[in-house]
Design a protein around this ligand. Structure first.
Ligand code: FAD
Length: 403
């Protein structure tokens, strides 16, 4: 029995290894890029946050709510880490639950998967871009521009549109649509938000631990606490990825309110600023030692206090304005960055058209899909790769005839 797998990314490699556990299965893994796992190599800022110990049920989104549950319960994070250890990869979990390779290098993850694919019943074809798939009787024909390959079972693991520079494309959606499947609306998720604020240029690259809350027309939309990163265009970092899903979609006024000192009360901050009034320092140093130096200067200016003034000469109102800037700073949001900047695609092929226990299509017997091409996306912190491993192994196990 020949099992064709389109896409040599996280879920496709997991599917290939699961399918090949059946010695009678002949697996062909097709990847259009020059190597497998290209996106995987760039994940987690090159560290690959490959799972999250809390990635069961919560932390996932799909129009077909709960679709992801079976795969994640069959192959939960602990079992996934044991699987990786059998493949030769040691991993380590941070207190937050995020899991990384012990080596701290995404390369290690790609390498152990690549080495594991070196099996007599797995053939990896690189530079093979699938353009069409056809079903004739019980058989599929996978076609590139040059070549046609027949197979008995077909697994589509082409990933989503996010991260276009790393291989994200519409391809998987198009191939599955050609066989009668439907696609929900695609949106960038885990993505930076563009902001309209002149202070950004001076803050590019600055990181701050803060509480961030997104408001839509003055109503709280989402909030969280964690690391924020300023970019040339707006706001980024884990805390923004956590709260930005579906933000700035549709009309209305979108803002982000930031508390740069979530562990200190307004009174504590005020007392610290009053103590600074005993010094002979310029106002530009008012927040030195309290927040990041560059951020401190920008916030002091945003509170209407020029650097030429002296701290000792500031009024109680001036200090109150600075306190407000530190504890409740409002930035106007305009739109999310595009798909090329997004880490994951929200939306995808309608998960309701697949069996959650097998990942097989309800419309086309013998056809399977896994990973990001389906309408499932996870929160920031290893949830998306966990979905890729769990759904890939489930699809491969069933496609390969072992489960
Ligand atoms: C910058 C960045 C950082 C990320 N960091 C993390 C992280 O730390 N933790 C986490 O959990 N998630 C992270 N993600 C998300 C995660 O990488 C993806 O959700 C995951 O890789 C999806 O796996 P997949 O197998 O579905 O798709 P992919 O890994 O994208 O693999 C799909 C593969 O299919 C190939 N392909 C597509 N079409 C065809 C075709 N027609 N013919 C042949 N081959 C084809 C592509 O070239 C690609 O190699 C990150 C994403 C990005 C962009």
């Amino acid at each position: 029995m020949v099992i064709g797998i389109i896409g040599g990314g996280a879920s496709g490699m997991a599917a290939a290894l699961a399918a090949a556990e059946n010695p009678k299965a002949e697996v062909i893994l097709l990847e259009r890029q020059a190597r497998v796992g290209r996106k995987l190599q760039a994940t987690g800022n090159g560290r690959c946050n490959l799972s999250n110990l809390h990635a069961v049920k919560q932390g996932y989104h799909s129009r077909e709510e709960g679709f992801y549950q079976y795969a994640l319960e069959k192959y939960p994070p602990e079992e996934t880490l044991a699987w990786f250890e059998r493949l030769g990869l040691f991993t380590v979990a941070e207190p937050s639950g995020r899991v990384y390779p012990y080596s701290d290098q995404a390369n290690s993850v790609v390498d152990v998967l690549r080495f594991a694919l070196d099996k007599p019943n797995i053939q990896v074809k690189l530079g093979f871009e699938v353009e069409k798939i056809k079903k004739t009787g019980d058989c599929f024909l996978i076609e590139s521009r040059e070549e046609g390959l027949p197979c008995d079972k077909l697994i589509v693991a082409c990933g989503g549109l996010a991260g276009t520079k790393l291989g994200g494309s519409m391809s998987g959606y198009k191939l599955l649509r050609s066989l009668g499947h439907h696609c929900t609306k695609l949106r960038p998720a885990l993505v930076q938000l563009k902001a309209d604020w002149s202070g950004l240029a001076a803050l590019k690259g600055v990181r701050a631990c803060c509480r961030a809350a997104i408001y839509h027309d003055e109503a709280l939309f989402s909030e969280s606490r964690g690391e924020l990163q300023f970019t040339e265009y707006g706001l980024s970092g884990p805390v923004i990825f956590e709260i930005s899903r579906d933000a700035c979609q549709g009309g209305g006024r979108w803002t982000c309110r930031l508390d740069f000192l979530p562990d200190k009360s307004l009174d504590q901050l005020e007392a610290a600023l009053l103590r600074k009034q005993e010094t002979n320092l310029p106002a530009s140093e008012l927040l030195t030692g309290i927040v990041h130096n560059r951020l401190g200067r920008v916030l002091t200016q945003a509170a209407g206090i020029g650097g030429q003034r002296w701290i000792r000469a500031l009024s109680r109102e001036d200090l109150a304005a600075v306190c407000r800037a530190v504890k409740d700073f409002e930035i106007i949001l305009t739109e999310p960055m595009g798909m090329d900047a997004a880490q994951v695609t929200a939306g995808g092929i309608d998960a309701g058209e697949f069996h959650p226990q097998t990942m097989e299509s309800r419309l086309v017997p013998g056809l399977y899909a896994c990973g990001e091409v389906l309408d499932v996306d996870g929160d920031c912190g290893g949830y998306n790769l966990q979905w890729a491993w769990s759904s890939g192994r489930l699809a491969g196990g069933h496609g390969g005839g072992l489960l």
